[in-house]
Ligand binder design. Structure first.
Ligand code: MSP
Length: 665
């Protein structure tokens, strides 16, 4: 692992307020930066805003402000959100910074002097909203092939960066270094494009008569710089004047040499070409080292639909964070979707992960352990005694995690990292059930009980360490509650990752409840205020949770059946692939249900509560060994489980996605 780590996000346009897409990349970059800092590496994490160009000029005009005044106001939206999301960027660049402007001009002059920029008359098509030129061949029925809006024919003088010269060099570099563009599918797309199409030269100016808001071209004051040329340079210019101080690197060029090249440029898939082709060619022409990696992540949709202002369905991270806290949001976006693929945000999916993985798996584990240490050992962790098989299993999982995390994070596989980490969380929960500390306490087996609680405390200490890059506040809360008097800012990952760091005798503190369950999913982005308050104040009775966990369910007063009788009912996970109403019945719906090995037709009496469109795609519980029966002449080959009370009816589903055919028991 390098001792220096430089990671960037795109710089965001100030024509709009931040949304989930911006937050996503910034959270990913923050996770990497925090992880490297835990190893004592010199870290430079850069984000910022892209403030020139037509889009920003237009947004300012709409508000009757000068572009700079407009940008000054918009920048705070980003800075405030980063603070709220616990983002630890080392610098925030604005392309209107005078130092950045000077670097752009210096590089333009250098390229011009080297004969890499030429003045030409351009005749062709221009898409104003996208600020892009297109050739006759590229446009589709008079429209921009990218955004579908009408293009204008223009003829004007401009300066061109001779990018076409770099076509074969670009191909060679991308082919030679498989890690340069990730993920693999995107790398192949870029290579495919470079190998099959002639690369044009890049128009890097706009006449001031058409666009005034940009960096002046140093060798021709009639023009301003194309916004992308200006923006991409931020990654380099920031190293000169915004990078953290580094030993022996005080003047701007030494700072640039120390920090450049970047280890990762994190970008969305839509801006991969500008980075992998334009930026790479610009660096080649300048004779500068290339970044180590450009990683293109996917796009978020909202409940299956594209997010847009006009649809009014854009996720505002501020709202989610206000309701459920920054860590839950950070966890969700990184866990839900494989970095590199498109993903979907829905309140339901958020609540499911929150309640199962954060509240149940993690929050409950912490509160149970703290309560038991308090109840059985007056709040001080006991020392472990002789080791048993289940103890060893916990230890083995914990021992394997640092390498796993290193591997996944160097591949930017955030979701896999959290998934693997949760094997320890789940194993620790199972360990509680297996070892039944409450029974040990009842039987006065205090030695074993002490050992069990020590192992659990140690697991929680490690879980705290391992989640720290993604959920920094939660990590600190876990350590504080365990009684560990260290701050993550001062610890070293390697030293802390070894088993046994929890000192016997450490006294637990009355902590907060992590992630109180979201009881009532409250519609759209869900702003359960009550929950937010609980979350912030942590005022949830932990003793209650523990008591509930200790008491076995009472079965008195019911007709009891044996397990073998229950086992006769073959319950299976089914996925509804088609649904329609049964003719002349307002109650019956005919469903096609995939149960893994086959598709069954099931007729269910749920039509008054569910329309076919509500049922499509739902994962349900099917009684698979029920004798077929005919309902209003339609054969039903099974039954679907649902609960009813008065008029209310609800189909039983699962808290997380399960494969059709899985046995329900
Ligand atoms: N200013 C340029 C970037 C210049 S970098 C030298 C820009 N800005 S942007 O504000 O429009 O977009 C910033 C990022 O947001 C892009 O990486 C884009 O992919 C990302 N996203 C915009 N909508 C998104 C989703 N719905 N989902 C995920 N990311 C998305 O482009």
């Amino acid at each position: 692992m390098p001792d220096k780590f430089y990671v960037t996000t795109p710089i965001y346009y100030v024509n709009d307020v931040p949304h989930i897409g911006h937050a996503y990349t910034t959270i990913a970059a923050d996770t990497l930066a925090r992880y490297h800092r835990l190893f004592g590496h010199a870290v430079f994490f850069l984000t910022g805003t892209d403030e020139h160009g037509q889009k920003v000029e237009k947004a300012a005009l709409d508000r009757s402000l000068s572009p700079k005044a407009h940008a000054d106001g918009m920048v705070d939206n980003f800075k405030r959100l980063w603070k709220k999301l616990d983002i630890t960027n080392d610098a925030f660049i604005r392309t209107t910074d005078s130092e950045h402007v000077a670097v752009v001009q210096e590089l333009l002059q250098q390229l011009y002097d080297k004969g890499q920029i030429e003045r030409r008359t351009y005749n062709g098509w221009y898409c104003t909203p996208d600020e892009r030129f297109w050739t006759e061949k590229e446009i589709v029925e008079g429209k921009c092939p990218d955004c579908g809006r009408p293009v204008e024919q223009i003829s004007e003088d401009n300066y061109f960066f001779l990018m076409s010269r770099y076509q074969s060099q670009l191909i060679a570099h991308i082919e030679k270094d498989p890690g340069y563009i990730r993920p693999e599918s995107r790398r192949n797309e870029v290579l495919g494009f470079l190998k099959t199409q002639a690369l044009g030269d890049l128009c890097i100016t706009r006449p001031k008569s058409r666009l005034a808001w940009g960096i002046e071209i140093p060798f021709d004051r009639q023009f301003v710089t194309y916004v992308w040329f200006d923006a991409l340079v931020n990654y380099l210019s920031a190293t000169r004047y915004l990078s953290p101080p580094a030993e022996g690197a005080s003047d701007p060029s030494a700072r640039q040499r120390f920090w450049w090249p970047a280890d990762h440029h994190l970008v969305g898939k839509d801006i991969l070409t500008t980075h992998s082709v334009y930026w790479t060619a610009m660096l080649m022409a300048l004779g500068l080292p290339l970044p180590r990696n450009i990683f293109a992540h996917g796009w978020w949709t909202r409940e299956g639909r594209k997010m847009s202002k006009s649809l009014g369905n854009v996720i505002d991270p501020n709202e989610v964070v206000d309701a459920y806290g920054a860590d839950a949001f950070r966890y969700f976006v990184l866990r839900e979707v494989t970095f590199g693929l498109d993903g979907d945000y829905s309140h339901e999916a958020f609540v499911t992960r929150f309640n199962t993985e954060l509240a149940n798996d993690l929050g409950n584990l912490l509160s149970r352990v703290l309560t038991m240490v308090r109840n059985y050992f007056s709040g001080a962790f006991p020392a472990p005694s002789s080791e048993q098989q289940s103890d060893r299993e916990l230890r083995d999982i914990a021992a394997g995690l640092p390498r796993m995390i290193a591997g996944h994070l160097s591949a930017l596989a955030f979701s896999r990292y959290l998934q693997d980490l949760w094997t320890l969380v789940s194993r620790a929960n199972r360990y509680v059930e297996e070892n039944a500390p409450w029974t040990l306490a009842k039987n006065k087996e205090m030695d074993r009980l002490g050992s069990v609680l020590y192992h659990l405390g140690e697991c929680l200490r490690l879980i705290g360490l391992f989640i720290a890059p993604v959920m920094p506040a939660t990590a600190q809360t876990i350590w504080d509650s365990l009684g560990i008097e260290k701050k993550f800012a001062d610890v070293h990952f390697t030293a802390e990752a070894a088993w046994g760091g929890l000192q016997p005798g450490t006294t637990v503190r009355s902590g907060v409840q992590l992630f109180p369950r979201i009881e009532k999913p409250g519609g759209s982005q869900g702003s359960s205020r009550a929950n937010a308050d609980k979350q912030k104040k942590g005022k949830v009775n932990m003793e209650k949770t523990e008591t509930a966990a200790q008491i076995p369910p009472a079965a008195a007063g019911m007709d009891l059946i044996g397990i073998d009788e229950f086992a006769k009912v073959d319950l299976r996970v089914g996925k509804i692939t088609a649904a329609e109403r049964v003719e002349k019945s307002d109650k019956l719906v005919r469903l096609q249900v995939d149960i893994g090995t086959e598709t069954r037709q099931v007729v269910a009496g749920i039509g008054k509560s569910y329309g076919p469109e509500d049922l499509m795609g739902k994962t349900v519980v099917i009684v698979a060994n029920l004798k077929p029966a005919k309902l209003m002449g339609v054969e039903s080959q099974g039954m679907l489980l649902a609960a009813s009370s008065g008029d209310a009816l609800a189909v039983a589903t699962f808290e997380r996605e399960m494969k059709p055919g899985a046995k329900v028991k």
